[in-house]
Design a protein around this ligand. Structure first.
Ligand SMILES: *Cc1c(COP(=O)(O)O)cnc(C)c1O
Length: 399
């Protein structure tokens, strides 16, 4: 594409799109494997993956074929009718863990967080009567931008300008069982935890914390809701991020990577929760449409394959060793390594935004989490050579 057309595309965004994001000067045209290409032909190693969405990278032949074949057959008919792909994906999700018996499909992370909040309140009202409506969330949390999701999101900046958001929320300290115990009460219907925090800075929930949360939820008749919208689906080396803890959630939300880049979300729940939700209690026009769920079936099968998950763990441990070496070599610059698997954070001295821009010029795309954390979310299909390439750019810029 000629340079003038790149300028036109950038200007159209600036002139016509609501400016809620700051974007760099280039225009991305296509992707291939783990690389993106802009309209000027420059190549970028993509350690963002559309914010943990493109787990299989770009141009995956199975994903593209599933999209083409399903689009030719049927894209949408609404939830007024049965279609085969939704039931098939739901079956795969339910069979992934003994915790889950039922699935509700939506179209985004925030939509399924809203669903989880509604289901928790419906369950509590059904089982315990009125007044059990409080949700406990944590510092550093991020659950989305809708009025319920933003109410359980910690950062004031996301909430304050839109007050009043959904009432009935208490915040406790992440990874602090005593703080959670103090926040509990008979009015609590749900505790919502990200097993690995995303936007909030890549902190990892300890197994002790997750177990304490499970015990406190049981004691108070509250539901344990795990938000795996970013950390789920293989990103941390197991299918679900909470798996190593052995804790069984009542509800789990999944979204970002589930349909290979098509919008989708899902609320996975136990039969006890499902028993309290009835026809007409909740709904969605697009959720569970045949296109998104057909592709979701392909993506889920690929990622849940034990050999695929073994690859993620192997390349994760290589990334971890490489980051440890980097941190050891640059102790004044890389202050702390966070995260797990292929969801990693580097807390650095100085501005993460400025480093992100410098890395972009070196051909490496990374995200940030807050002011001082670089966030690495590569496609799960990266190989050791891509780790080396990313580390070379990080060394060059952080040195
Ligand atoms: C991205 C995200 C959400 C919100 O998802 P959207 O699709 O942007 O609405 C919720 N929870 C977590 C943990 C996320 O990372």
């Amino acid at each position: 594409m000629p340079a003038e057309q790149t300028a036109v595309a950038v200007q159209a965004d600036r002139d016509y799109i609501l400016q809620t994001y700051v974007k760099p000067e280039f225009v991305i045209e296509r992707g291939e494997g783990v690389y993106l290409y802009d309209t000027e032909g420059r190549r970028y190693l993509d350690f963002v993956s559309g914010i943990a969405v493109n787990a299989l990278g770009y141009g995956d032949p199975e994903v593209t074929r599933a999209i083409a074949e399903q689009a030719a057959k049927l894209i949408h008919v609404s939830n007024l009718y049965h279609t085969a792909p939704a039931g098939e994906l739901a079956r795969l999700l339910v069979e992934s863990s003994p915790a889950f018996d039922r699935v509700f499909f939506g179209n985004s992370g925030a939509e399924v967080i809203e669903g989880a909040i509604k289901f928790a309140r419906r369950y509590a009202r059904d089982r315990f009567g009125e007044g059990k409506t409080t949700i406990v969330a944590f510092d550093g949390s991020f659950h989305g931008r809708t009025m319920g999701a933003v109410a359980i999101t910690a950062r004031e900046k996301y909430r304050e300008p839109f007050m009043p958001v959904m009432p009935g929320v208490r915040f406790a300290t992440y990874n602090d069982p005593a703080s959670l115990a103090a926040a509990m009460g008979d009015d609590v219907c749900a505790v919502v935890i990200e097993p690995v925090q995303g936007e909030g800075g890549l902190r990892v929930a300890t197994e002790a914390f997750l177990r304490a949360a499970r015990e406190l939820c049981d004691r108070y008749g509250a539901l344990l809701v795990l938000d795996e919208i970013q950390c789920g689906m293989g990103r941390t080396g197991t299918l679900w991020a909470h798996e190593p803890s052995g804790v069984r959630p009542d509800i789990l939300t999944v979204a970002k990577p589930l349909a290979g880049g098509l919008p989708i979300g899902a609320v996975l729940m136990s039969q006890a929760v499902a028993d309290t939700i009835h026809v007409g209690d909740h709904g969605t026009t697009f959720g569970g449409n045949p296109l998104a769920t057909a592709v979701g079936t392909v993506v889920f099968r690929r990622i849940s394959d034990p050999a695929f998950l073994a690859h993620v763990r192997q390349v994760s441990s290589y990334l971890d060793e490489s980051l440890q070496d980097l941190a050891a070599d640059l102790p004044g610059t890389v202050l702390e390594l966070r995260g797990r698997g292929l969801m990693r954070g580097l807390r650095i001295a100085g501005s993460a935004g400025a480093v992100r821009e410098a890395l972009q010029r070196q051909g490496l795309l990374v995200a940030t989490a807050g002011e001082d954390v670089l966030r690495l979310l590569p496609p799960l299909t990266i190989q050791a050579a891509h780790v080396d390439e990313s580390l070379a750019a990080l060394r060059q810029v952080l040195r």
